[in-house]
Design a binder for this molecule. Sequence first.
Ligand code: ADP
Length: 428
Amino acid sequence: MTASRPVLVLLYQRVGLPWLFESAARAGIDLVLVPRPDEEVDPDRMPPAVVELLALDPVADPAHALETLRKQHAATPFDGIVTLYDPLVPFAAQVAELLGLPGIGLDVARGTQDKRVTRERLAAAGLNVPLFVRLDPADDPVQSVASAGLAYPVVVKPALGMSSLGVTRADSPATIGAIVAEVRRVSAGIADGGAGLLVEEYLDGPEFAVESLVHEGRVQILAIGFKGDPQGPYFEESVYRAPAELPEAVRAEVVREVTAAHAALGVAVGPTHTELRLRGGCDPYLLEMGARIGGSGVSHYIAEAVTGIDFAGQALRLAAGLPPARAVEAGLAEPVAAAANYIVPCGGHGTITAVHGIDALRADARVDHVVQMLVPGDLVRPYPDFTGYPAFVLSRHADLSEAEGFHAHLEAAVRIDYAPGPGPQDAS
Ligand code: ADP
């Protein structure tokens, strides 16, 4: 008798991003893929490890999706459920909880997703949290900010947001009313219709991303990467370079704060993607922690290149209830190389007429992946609306200074041209 292979349901992973599929194949795990509703997956050309496609829309109809998965599990049991798509992290946790599969549980998942709850839980554990205030539709922004004792500049953001959508700096009481109205407008499409907002102190200092894996409560930090020093008023992502150069004492503080945040938020198993700023250059303040692999898999690419550890493979094994292939040890993993993601800036708005400098990169030995999301003909709306990032350039380097040099080259080499306004296909 042959033992059957473990099976995971994978929600909303785009097939053009290869890492999860490749890691699953290496780990000997089969995937039932629930494609994103806007993505057509050809059943004759399925990505590695995918054995079945399941059409479901857990964003539009979670109750129906839950019931379908319950029936599917009763007929052909699966071993776990995974997503890298932030809005579906609570749904995946709920399904796992209901079916007795490995996971963090619905309450923990909601706590990591809702920035108001995250802030409250971190504060209750005595961790660094900027002064903040919840802002509901009936609240007056000027008064709320004043009575919470917040000093300007402040940052206004949707409580359930992602991809920096609507996140905006406000510098004075004179502008905050209009900014709050604008943030509500651009975030109308998210889960609560943008009703719940958060206003918090502006954290001055460079930004970092931290990729971690948790097993039996032990938090292994695979990579700490530099994410630039965005000042706003809108916070477009730009670079990710790891391992970041940090004084030893500051690095230790980051490891301590991020490890403690897992305990405070109750994340006891699986991968996480944490973003933080070093206030004043040395004190880590979490912006958020996603209970998932970050950047639709980019975080796997970075962590794997930096440490040699198959981050996604480890995470998928834990999701299927298997022991990790390599022990998950508390603390910071030893870096063996450097890796980087260059996020091509929109650099303007209108209809894209040309993207210069991208094609040459596909043949560059340092570049492993060029992921292009926007092409000529696409309409880029002006900030604070968020159309998406034009492209990612993922590269591998011997050390950080080589990665920095490569990014300096990309800043000059990659450029987007626009024609004003919508193109013919966007005019309807
Ligand atoms: P999202 O989940 O939409 O990405 P975040 O809270 O992570 O929202 O904010 C997006 C970006 O905005 C951050 O990466 C950071 O650059 C900036 N930002 C958010 N909050 C603050 C803050 N309090 N101080 C300074 N910058 C902030």
